[in-house]
Ligand binder design. Structure first.
Ligand code: 7RM
Length: 655
């Protein structure tokens, strides 16, 4: 594991106080108010969350114990009965929000759709009944492999309604990756679409499902439910495949929400880690509902007049927590957009903001950096005056990008919430409360109330202000992951054994390097493990290496991240070939395509370099530090004396 480095660029001293126009109406509107909340929460986190759980959510039955903590296994609201689909839908129907827009959807070829809470509820109930009619029962896992259409959210809520944990697999993953995940989750049913629109092309989702299921590839899957989206020709397998619209048309719109135990599994979401096999991160019902509800409410200072838009895909945790569950639990209006900015439509994001009067806009640094490159004319040509709050997520935001976002998009009147969190944490961990906490460009600022975060060394001792260390969380929180699906040991090893407990207090290891400044502000510096972030998509280097070596030409592969102005990092692969193969551009292309086939388009290497050998230690470990330097064209820093064969580096430099 590489130790975090302190970047000298982080001598950032600019401080932006929440503007008066914002604090005037903000629910939490001063630093003192934030501090009072944070102090109250820290004094007794379980009590703090229990009070909120009672105030903010509907429970069929109250819990007996707020927190049962048997490190590293936590249970929240034990004995409580709850349903997140009920909290996101039913409870709003008896209020004026019944006919409020719940979901505003902008389709890629220009179609659009708005669903009120009552309409969304109706469709969710129908689809829940369809799932039941196809034999899905409480506890059965359902795979969701969909484009960004309302049916994706409907599918998730329908699963939650009947207590069938969903596992959403991003539409950019390949058939192979889909197959692995469906098998790991032992999914009983898959919900997909004929295809999806993506960057002026279509992607064949149903065909990928067919490939994954071919030759009994996923023995657990009994049925496939197919939404019609692109009208692409698809093969429907008799007895296995069913059209969503046909079954929905005959489905009853009455389906009471299942009374779930607070600790019943809500979903599995696969994420990349240090080893080759992605981890199934398990989230449960009650704690996740409470935490995404509360973080959404306070971090976005949500009001009933807001039009909120998060640009993530529902295939990622950001889409789960902050397109679907957090916003709907609050009765907010959430915008869903099927498109992505591309050369043929570079101003599409600003068009969506203007068209719907978006007031809160939440996106990723990689998108912001791409917009900077496209020039200020595009956003300046649109009316963005509806915006009152901006957010960012996915990777550290460089201060220049932050300043551009603040000036060109926010017109210096919108606070920016830089939200640090992970698939594993379920919701925001370190983030400003916009009406209360002054911001610094590039800092995620202070922990959310109830979160006890710190930066420590490998022994678990807090480091001095300004020093680099490891970001840890010191007390369990309601939406923490419960385990790695089917693998408690991997959960323990990955998150709880890097750093020893301090005075009996266990420390959650996030895998990020960070520093804390004199004001206690957190500056996240990036991953300290073999995880790289390409356009904010999290990928394990081992995963890509495994994909490469599964090609017959490849003897050995080592993958590193190379700094990229827009993507943050790009994939740089070093490859040695089997004897009978020789380097060529055609083979490079073939290997890139092979990785796309094995994992998906998001894992396509930016560069492949053929090598005669890889730099290794005498014990045979690949020295990635050297490869990183080579990839970025820097001089090789540090001691090469541990290397087995010194000439390897010279070859790589020349090659
Ligand atoms: C929400 C999400 C998690 C990793 C995390 C970090 C990085 C996310 C920020 C950030 C700096 C941020 N989930 N990360 N947000 N780094 N500042 N505001 O991205 O599981 O896909 O990735 O992303 O390295 O560990 S994720």
């Amino acid at each position: 594991m590489a130790s975090p480095t302190i970047e000298s660029v982080l001598n950032e001293s600019r401080l932006f106080s929440p503007p008066a126009s914002f604090t005037d109406t903000a629910a939490i509107n001063s630093l003192d108010a934030y501090k009072a909340l944070a102090e109250k929460a820290a004094a007794d986190p379980a009590k703090f969350w229990a009070e909120l759980a009672e105030q903010e959510l509907h429970w069929f039955k109250p819990w007996d114990t707020a927190l049962d903590w048997q490190p590293p296994f936590a249970k929240w609201f034990v004995g409580g009965k709850i349903n997140i689909s009920y909290n996101c839908l039913d409870r709003h129907l008896t209020t004026w929000r019944r006919n409020k827009a719940a979901l505003i959807w902008e389709g890629e070829p220009g179609d659009s759709r708005t669903l009120t809470y009552a309409q969304l509820h109706r469709e969710v109930c129908q689809v829940a009944n369809v799932l039941k009619s196809l034999g899905v029962k409480k506890g059965d896992r359902v795979g969701i492999y969909m484009p960004m259409i309302p049916e994706a959210a409907i599918a998730m809520l329908a699963c939650a309604r009947i207590g069938a944990p969903h596992t959403v697999i991003f539409g950019g993953f390949s058939a192979e990756a889909l197959k692995d995940r469906l098998n790991d989750a032992e999914a009983k049913l898959v919900i997909t679409a004929d295809g999806g629109f993506r960057k002026d092309k279509t992607i064949a989702l149903k065909a990928a499902v067919d490939d994954a299921l071919a030759d009994n590839g996923v023995p657990s899957v009994e049925n496939v439910l197919v939404v019609q989206r692109t009208k692409a020709a698809v093969t429907m397998h008799e007895g296995r495949d069913h059209w969503w619209h046909e079954l929905q048309a005959h489905a009853d719109a009455h389906c009471p929400a299942e009374e779930m135990d607070a600790e019943d599994m809500l979903f599995i979401l696969y994420t990349s880690g240090t080893t080759g096999k992605p981890k199934g991160v398990v989230h449960t019902t009650g704690g996740y509902n409470l935490y995404t509800h509360t973080t959404f409410k306070w971090t976005f200072d949500i009001k009933d007049t807001d039009v909120y838009w998060c640009t993530a895909d529902v295939g990622w945790i950001t889409g789960h927590s902050y397109i679907v569950y957090g916003p709907l639990s609050n009765g907010a209006t959430t915008v869903m957009y099927e498109g992505v900015p591309r050369p043929s439509n570079p101003g599409c994001f600003w068009d969506v903001i203007e068209k719907y009067g978006v007031t809160i806009f939440y996106t990723a640094p990689t998108a912001i950096r791409a917009f900077i490159k496209m020039g200020d004319e595009l956003p300046k040509a649109r009316d963005l005056s509806s915006l009152r709050l901006l957010g960012t997520v996915g990777e550290p935001i460089n201060p220049e990008a932050w300043m551009w976002y603040h000036t060109v998009i926010g017109k210096e009147k919108c606070p920016i919430v830089d939200t640090w969190w992970q698939t594993e944490t379920g919701g925001f961990m370190v983030t400003p409360i916009p009406g209360a906490v002054p911001t610094k460009p590039g800092s995620a600022t202070l922990p959310f109330p109830g979160i006890i975060a710190d930066v420590v060394d490998l022994d678990g001792h807090p480091v001095a202000p300004g020093e680099g260390g490891y970001l840890v969380i010191k007390h369990p929180w309601p939406s923490m992951m419960r385990t790695v699906y089917g693998n408690d040991e991997r959960y323990r090893r990955t998150y709880w054994e890097h750093i020893p407990p301090q005075d009996g207090q266990y420390l959650y290891f996030a895998g990020d390097g960070a520093r804390k400044d004199e004001d206690g502000y957190f500056w996240v510096m990036g991953r300290v493990d073999d995880v790289i972030s390409v356009s904010g998509h999290r990928l394990g280097t081992m995963e890509i290496e495994s994909a490469l070596v599964s090609h017959p030409a490849v003897a050995e592969a080592a993958v590193v991240g190379r700094k990229d102005d827009i993507k943050g990092e790009d994939i740089y692969a070093f490859v040695t070939l089997e004897g009978q193969y020789s380097p060529s551009d055609a083979l490079k292309q073939e290997l890139k395509d092979h990785v796309v086939k094995e994992i998906g388009i998001i894992a396509r290497p930016g560069e492949i370099k053929f090598a005669d050998a890889l730099p290794k230690t005498r014990s045979g470990k690949i020295i990635r530090r050297f490869l990183r330097s080579l990839a970025s064209g820097e001089a090789i820093a540090g001691d090469a004396s541990t290397m087995e064969d010194q000439s390897v580096l010279d070859q790589l430099r020349e090659g």
